[in-house]
Structures are given as structure tokens and as C-alpha cells.
Design a protein around this ligand. Structure first.
Ligand SMILES: NC(=O)c1ccc[n+]([C@@H]2O[C@H](COP(=O)([O-])OP(=O)(O)OC[C@H]3O[C@@H](n4cnc5c(N)ncnc54)[C@H](O)[C@@H]3O)[C@@H](O)[C@H]2O)c1
Length: 282
């Protein structure tokens, strides 16, 4: 028996990075999988790669018509939905507020919040009755940036904090039929997370950071010294999306490789205290 046998799972923002890894993990765990993705090139590539195994749909989570078309396609192909997994997101470019032009703030706020927050709210609204029919689950993507500074700029961090609150409130409203949880990743290998058009950063991607520099940061800061792949996060999502999770709702699981369990005083060295013998010799 596999974790997601007899489950139909929809992953929004599943065209690359985390969402694609989650979709692959759900597939490996026996689910029938649909992906909703805005980028046509990713949709074409996935259709060519995955063929009929996965229902890959092009659409924008900000558009009700696209979500309704996705719903119709999922029902036509699979007849039901057991889990909605929200993975889409955009970054804010990590530009400090003082350096953000005042006249761009309206557009920046709307762009980041519409993809990162409204997209999850609209998806929940459009799919909730299907999920209720099957005592299903919703899993949304927050970030460690929702908990501590320096994981993104103000707009990204605030949007990820809002996702935590969406999880809290939806879990309360949809209980006992639908379980709602979040995952807060730290960093993700092979992410293509892109910046906002409002700052002209839509072609900048997290993957522009040299891979070795990104890995080095993780090795230095994280007690587990590890930058996880999307598939590794996929295990958490798959469990929370499955009917085997009868215990947890309303929680956002912080998947931080131990980061928040340390005061970052020793700058990477575990032997950050007084060197052995030094105190005695003074
Ligand atoms: N990369 C990281 O280090 C990191 C850390 C913590 C949390 N996250 C979160 O993980 C999630 C996945 O990000 P990723 O790093 O895998 O980036 P990614 O860009 O590789 O994946 C996000 C996908 O969402 C799609 N998307 C964007 N806007 C959309 C829309 N309006 N409608 C439908 N699809 C849309 C993108 O085209 C892309 O395929 C995001 O919510 C991100 O905020 C990322």
C-alpha cells in the first residue's frame, strides 16, 4: 500500500521547483495528479515529459475562470479531488523598504499578495466542495520568512505570514471535513522562484544565485548542513495531503533543517564558546 493510493491531488504552481517535486512525490506515492501552472513553456515541457500520466493545465491562480476550468477538467478526468496543494509563489526581490520606490509599492504589494495569498484563497474557494465530498485536505506553502527576518523582503515575508493565517482560519472553518495545513520551507534546490514585474525583476530568478554560494550558505547556517530538494519536501506534503493524516490541522510545519533551533552567534562553527583551556590559562 502506498501513502496516496486512491487519492486525486491537484498541485497549483507545479511547473517547476517545489511544486513539481511535490507532484512527482505524490505520483510516486500512488496518487493521480493534476498540475495547474501559469507558464506555457513549463506546461509544454511537462506534457511532453509526463504524457498522459499527469493532467497538466495552463492557467493563473489569480483568475477565477482559470480555476473553474481546472476544476471542470479535474472532474472530467478523475471524477473527484482528495487534496489541493498550493505551491505557486513569487519573490519580492528582497529589496529593503527604504530602497523601494514609493510609486511602485501599490503594484508590488498587489502582485506579491495576489499570487502568494489570493491565489490560495481563490483555489480553496473553488475546490472546497469537491474536497468536502471526500473528507479531503489542503496544504499551502508558507516560508521560514514568515517567522524570522532576512528570508525575503517585507512584501514576500508579509505574504508568507498571511499564508499561515489563511491556514489557521481555513482549518477552523473547514473542520471536521477538510484538514488544512501549511509547510514553511527554508530553501529549495533547483527553485526557479522569480522576482516581481513591479520592480522589473520578473526575469531574475533564485537560480541566478551561483549554486555553490547558495549551498555554502546552507552548509554554514543549517545544523543539518543541507539544502533540500523539492522531492524531499514532497514527503511532508504527501503525508499532510493523505487521509493518513488524521491528527494535524491548522498547523504550518517549519521545515528549516534546524535553523530556528540555534542562536546564530557562532557563525557556523559548533565550537563557538571559549576555546577549551583558554579560560584556565587566563
Ligand atoms: N525557493 C525557496 O527558497 C523557497 C523557500 C521557502 C518557500 N518557497 C515557496 O515555495 C513555493 C514554490 O517556489 P519555488 O521556489 O519552487 O519556485 P518556482 O518558481 O520554481 O515554482 C513556482 C511555480 O509557480 C508558478 N506560478 C507563479 N505564479 C503563478 C500563478 N499566478 N498561477 C499559477 N502558477 C504560478 C511559477 O511559474 C512556477 O512554476 C513558493 O510559494 C515559494 O514562495 C520557496
Amino acid at each position: 500500500m502506498q501513502l496516496l493510493d486512491d487519492h486525486v491531488v491537484l498541485v497549483t504552481g507545479g511547473g517547476s521547483g517545489l511544486g513539481l517535486g511535490v507532484a512527482r512525490q505524490c505520483l510516486a506515492e500512488g496518487a493521480q495528479v493534476a498540475i495547474l501552472e501559469i507558464a506555457q513553456d513549463k506546461v509544454d515541457q511537462l506534457r511532453a515529459e509526463l504524457g498522459d500520466d499527469v493532467l497538466v493545465l495552463q492557467g493563473d491562480v489569480r483568475r477565477v475562470a482559470d480555476l473553474e476550468a481546472t476544476r471542470a477538467a479535474v472532474v472530467e478526468r478523475f471524477g473527484r479531488l482528495n487534496a489541493l496543494i498550493g505551491c505557486q509563489g513569487i519573490f519580492d526581490g528582497n529589496i529593503p523598504l527604504r530602497q523601494t520606490p514609493l510609486e511602485r509599492i501599490d503594484a508590488l504589494f498587489d502582485e506579491v499578495f495576489h499570487v502568494n495569498v489570493k491565489g490560495y484563497v481563490l483555489s480553496a474557494k473553488v475546490f472546497v466542495d469537491l474536497l468536502e465530498e471526500n473528507d479531503g485536505a489542503i496544504v499551502l506553502t508558507s516560508s521560514t520568512a514568515a517567522y524570522a527576518a532576512d528570508g525575503g523582503g517585507l512584501f514576500y515575508s508579509a505574504s508568507k505570514g498571511a499564508v499561515r493565517s489563511v491556514v489557521n482560519q481555513l482549518a477552523f472553518e473547514l473542520a471536521p471535513r477538510v484538514r488544512v495545513n501549511g509547510v514553511a520551507p527554508s530553501g529549495i534546490a533547483n527553485s526557479q522562484l522569480q522576482g516581481p514585474a513591479a520592480l522589473g525583476l520578473e526575469t531574475s530568478k533564485q537560480s541566478d544565485i551561483p549554486k555553490e554560494d547558495f549551498l555554502a550558505q546552507f552548509r554554514q547556517l543549517m545544523p543539518l548542513q543541507h539544502l533540500p530538494t523539492p522531492e524531499e519536501y514532497g514527503w511532508l506534503y504527501a503525508f499532510l495531503a493523505s487521509r493518513h493524516n488524521t491528527l494535524v490541522t491548522g498547523q504550518t510545519l517549519v521545515a528549516d533543517q534546524g535553523l530556528f533551533n540555534r542562536a546564530v552567534l557562532s557563525s557556523g562553527s559548533k565550537a563557538g564558546g571559549i576555546p577549551v583551556g583558554a579560560a584556565a590559562s587566563e
